[in-house]
Design a protein around this ligand. Structure first.
Ligand code: AMP
Ligand code: GLY
Length: 442
């Protein structure tokens, strides 16, 4: 039996590992646009293509290899309909079809979906379209939010489409300027209330009917310690041994689940399709309860690294259950472990990463896992920095404190022109998050 995996980041390395752990001994077929040395080692077939969004090539590989099912990591192939194509070849996908992927690819679609179906979780928001009155209307709306707003481009912008007042925007003039630029590019822009609280990632696997919750984690988007610096793809994340986070209460997780359950039903009825794959909600715990920041229609990266290494259930069975609508009869089991993920990234990342410099791995402490992301390999087999996150180190232990120490000790063994956030998962940062949440909740 063959499983097709599309993508080549650390998330896909962890997905590949989970697939290969299966006692069913599947053959892993990888479609990648870069060599991931970790994934390549696991794969029976490693097909390198110029673009993951090349459907012709995907068709060729799928028809040749005839996998039983496929799993798609990144958003680009989803957005061009990789799932639609594979399903037309009778290959079940742990990934939604193009139309359902609007849950991630259009911010306005998802805000409107919640509103139309009376689902709780939206902040105050308004969608603006290109017209001569737009600038005036946007300004008025920003003023009505007391200047506390966020501007969101409508399409997929690789993390660069969201600007928050106070962080990336100085005030209304700045915000208006960015909003008008978004309107010009996409004909549509979302303006919403700036929410204050602690963010968390809640991912659910779904076969379209049943939701299976994965351990909840917290990502760190800012490049530098203490949440300073530019936004990145995510510098690391942590999850506690109870599958939650120290600042969350059980009712917070229940609220995130309830929102997601309702969104699934609404989405399926809106698209006429069945969403199969991962609903990854970016939520924020505020003083007024849980609010939705956004949904992604795929596994998070780094968040996937908090959940896949501790999944006890046979992942191939999970994919089968998702793609055949039988998730209800397959309860997911995870090891009761805390996990801390830290990314080593090239100096200068994200704006100006040093590319092509050697990374040396000097051994590894016990319990630490390493996952390759965007690295290059030269003719002599040396590992080199690429333009994005290089290597992920995952500490797994009985407590967050121990998991953090393992991840930190592991990342210290990566030598090169690299940096990472030491603070992720440390008691100091976690206490800060808890103090913040306690002060909001009174
Ligand atoms: P998104 O691409 O929607 O996940 O947004 C990227 C980041 O912008 C989020 O992780 C938040 O930190 C921030 N953000 C998005 N929407 C809001 C909001 N309404 N209030 C405060 N921060 C937000
Ligand atoms: N953790 C951010 C993302 O996967 O989009």
């Amino acid at each position: 039996m063959k499983v097709l995996l599309i993508g080549n980041g650390a998330r896909e390395h962890a997905l590949g590992e989970a697939i290969c752990r299966s006692p069913q001994k599947p053959e892993l077929v990888v479609l990648a646009d870069k060599i991931n040395p970790g994934l390549q080692k696991l794969a029976a077939v490693y097909e390198k293509v110029d673009s993951l969004a090349d459907l012709e090539k995907l068709k060729e590989v799928a028809e040749r290899e005839k996998p039983e099912f496929a799993i798609i990591g990144p958003e680009a192939p989803l957005a061009v309909g990789a799932t639609d194509l594979l399903e037309s070849l009778n290959i079940g996908c742990l990934a939604p079809r193009k139309n359902s992927t609007r849950l991630e690819s259009s911010k306005s679609f998802t805000r409107d979906l919640l509103q139309k179906h009376n689902i709780p979780g939206n902040p105050e928001f308004s969608v603006f379209v290109q017209n001569p009155e737009a600038a005036k209307a946007i300004r008025l709306f920003m003023e009505s939010l007391d200047g506390q707003f966020v501007v969101k481009a409508d399409g997929l912008k690789s993390g660069k489409g969201v600007k928050v007042v106070g962080d990336h925007l100085a005030g209304i003039e700045d915000g208006l300027h960015f909003a008008l630029k978004c309107l010009e590019e996409d004909g549509r822009v979302v303006i919403e209330e700036k929410l204050i609280g602690e963010e968390f990632s809640a991912m659910f696997l779904t076969d379209g009917k049943t939701l299976a919750a994965l351990p909840v984690s917290q990502d760190h988007k800012r490049a530098f310690e203490d949440d300073k610096g530019p936004n990145t793809g995510g510098m690391g994340s942590y999850s506690d041994e109870n599958g939650s986070l120290p600042f969350l209460r059980p009712e917070d997780l229940a609220a995130a689940r309830e929102i997601t359950e309702k969104v699934l039903v609404a989405l399926n009825s809106e698209t006429g399709e069945t969403f199969r794959g991962v609903m990854y909600g970016g939520f924020i715990a505020t003083k007024n309860g849980i609010r939705l920041i956004e949904y992604n229609a795929r596994f998070g990266d780094p968040e996937a690294l908090n959940v896949l290494p501790i999944l006890k259930t046979d992942f191939v069975e999970v994919i089968r259950a998702v793609t055949t609508g039988k998730l209800r009869s397959l309860p997911l089991e995870f090891e009761k472990k805390a996990t801390v993920v830290k990314y080593a990234v090239p100096e200068g990342y994200p704006s100006n990463p040093v590319v092509g410099t050697e990374i040396k791995l000097l051994g590894m402490p016990e319990g630490c896992r390493i996952y390759f992301a965007a690295v290059d390999i030269d003719d002599e087999g040396r590992i080199l920095t690429g333009t994005s996150r290089a290597l992920a180190f995952v500490g797994i232990a009985d407590s967050l404190e121990a998991a953090e120490r393992i991840a930190e000790a592991g990342i210290q063994k990566a030598e090169g022109k690299l940096f990472h956030r030491r603070d992720i998962g440390t008691p100091m940062l976690i206490e800060k998050r808890m103090r913040h949440m306690n002060s909001l909740r009174g």
